[in-house]
Design a protein around this ligand. Sequence first.
Ligand code: F6R
Length: 318
Amino acid sequence: FMLKEIYEQPQAIIETLRGRISGDFNLIRLRGLNENLNFLKTVKKIIIIACGTSWHAGLVGEYLIEGISRIPVEVEYASEFLYRDPLISTSDMIIAISQSGETADTLSALKLAKQRGAFVYGICNVVGSSIARCAGVGTYTHAGPEIGVASTKSFTSQVTVLILISLFLAKLKKKITTAQFTSITKELFLISEKMKKTLLSVDNEIQQLSKLYEKAKNFLYLGRGISFPVALEGALKLKEISYIHAEGYPAAEMKHGPIALIDKEMPVIVIATKKGHYEKIVSNIQEIKSRKGKIISIITQGDEIVKELSDCYIEIPE
Ligand code: F6R
């Protein structure tokens, strides 16, 4: 089921976007946001609460919302948020993210935020679930049923909703030009097809790569910027499914400790696409290489520099 659901991601994205972007690519319709424009114009802070994979999607959301709409965002583990008497005000928006909509910690954290008068918003996959009902307003991801225990296509759909929210808020707060807005909304519709082609083209390489590294005891996943939470998510999937110890790290943090672990036995998966801190990630890769770590990179198609530095690479379209 997990593999099947990985291959369902291109369709999941289409379902998440369906009906939410206008035909001229200039408007986003999200239930609960369109009806609360006055509140959103002055929202002071957004707190995202979630667990596990949904928390990783929330971290991607932090980069997106802060980056595009310039509203401060905090991302909290629902379980920690709940037990530390958090500071919540009526001018805050709380976004609870949950595939199942039934995770007890996320539900309790959402209830607490609601009691304290914040504007609460749910991003759930399962229609009519407890978190969706408790939030009252929100967006369903419509990724389709996720049967595999490890969350995959839900993450992709959650990130898609967070992109829509960040664009919506950026437009409302006039932080984005119409040209930038429409170029992103148009691109969103192209991602599904790119994803479909990529999944097919990398299938073989990934199977070979798994055979090559199946005996490894540890893995490091590195990324910078928005790719950092993606690295965390990759490490979580490996731990959960193959019982191999894996850690996700922001690539630049590696020198503050984990670099000591790198030797020829340590495969390091580096998300090294051209968007975002590319030169810096190249220098992080050189550091790993000087310690003889095995580099498995995820690169932008045609990137000869990182390809040259890597033991294995997976190419993805820009
Ligand atoms: C990881 C995984 C879990 C869930 C977490 C939250 O693959 O499935 O970490 O993401 O238990 O679940 P939801 O999103 O249903 O609240």
